[in-house]
Design a protein around this ligand. Structure first.
Ligand SMILES: [Zn+2]
Length: 311
């Protein structure tokens, strides 16, 4: 069966202003690379509508969803730009993009659980892993992966899911939402110290947080994954795996100082895939988070997808 690919057009219209690293060109670079490399033909393209707010409220508070919804709809109505935090702002298209990004993650979850694809990748923005239960921050509005994971559990009836986060930044929002939810195991690695300056002390026993110092290279990261992530994932036996796929730990990415390269992303993807094949019928939904050097991002997504799709 194929790998499902979601790239909702709404996600390209959210724009936080000239010079902002989390820019629409990220998605264009990924699509260009997939077409140029021929990989695009091997993927099964799916559409997804906007997320149902009932699904969003599986991960965020009702009050937050109402408040951010009102703000972003007002932004859409006036066509103006509104600041959300010092790094995060909205334009007229942000509300539609946030709904489309989370909608893709949820639909991808359904497509994989229903057996219409082996696994799925969502090329979406805004990203999600900094969005907490009740706060937007760090370029994120809705926590796409946490929403999808809760959908798998609460709506589709799975008993155990894992979240793997290899973005260079700590997924503080995901941790805030799922710490203490023993149906979820979250394994992550992130540069420390670095924004959002959290994660060194995990908030729950279901979290495997691995802070790593700046300038750590791929070989050392692989050893960490072997020692810290894989045994925990093996013990947990997840029925499905979600990946917060940020590619900003790449050597060429200026938002962090880690030294991963494409071969490391391929290696990590294959290791996670092997766990999914042993315990989860191969079910993986991977959702784009960070990754800001357009060349490194598109090549890294390429190897990640090649590994997911067995190509
Ligand atoms: Zn990041």
């Amino acid at each position: 069966m194929p790998t499902a690919y979601f790239n909702p057009p709404e996600c390209r219209r959210h724009d936080m202003g000239d010079g902002h690293p989390e820019c629409p060109a990220r998605l264009a670079a990924i699509d260009d690379w997939l077409i140029a490399s021929g990989l695009d033909h091997a993927l099964e393209h799916f559409d997804a509508g906007p997320v149902d707010l009932k699904d969003v409220e599986l991960a965020h508070t009702h009050g937050y969803v109402a408040e951010i919804g009102a703000r972003l709809r007002e932004c859409a109505a006036t066509g103006g730009r509104c600041a959300v935090d010092p790094d995060t702002s909205a334009n007229a298209h942000t509300w539609a993009a946030a709904l489309a990004a989370a909608g893709a993650a949820v639909r991808a979850t359904d497509v994989v659980i229903d057996g219409r694809a082996d696994n799925a990748f969502c090329a979406v923005r805004p990203p999600g892993h900094h969005a907490t239960r009740d706060q937007s921050m760090g370029f994120c509005f809705f926590n796409n992966v946490a929403i999808a994971a809760r959908h798998a559990l609460d709506v589709r009836g799975l008993k155990r899911v894992a979240i793997v986060d290899f973005d260079v930044h700590h997924g503080n929002g995901t941790e805030d939402i799922i710490a203490g939810d023993e149906r979820v195991l979250m394994v992550s690695l992130f540069q420390d110290p670095l924004y959002p300056y959290s994660g060194a002390v995990p908030k729950g026993t279901n979290m495997v947080n691995v802070p790593i110092p700046p300038y750590t290279r791929g070989g050392d990261v692989r050893e960490i994954v072997e020692a810290m992530w894989l045994p925990a994932l093996e013990r947990f036996k997840p029925q499905m795996i979600f990946i917060s796929a940020g590619f900003d730990a790449h050597r060429d990415d200026d938002l962090g100082q880690l030294g991963l390269v494409e071969a490391d992303y391929e290696w990590i993807t294959l290791k996670v895939k092997a766990i999914a094949e042993r315990h989860a019928q191969g079910r993986i939904v991977s959702v784009l988070e960070g990754g800001y050097n357009l060349h490194a991002l598109s090549r890294s997504v390429g190897v990640h997808l090649r590994a997911l799709a067995d190509l």
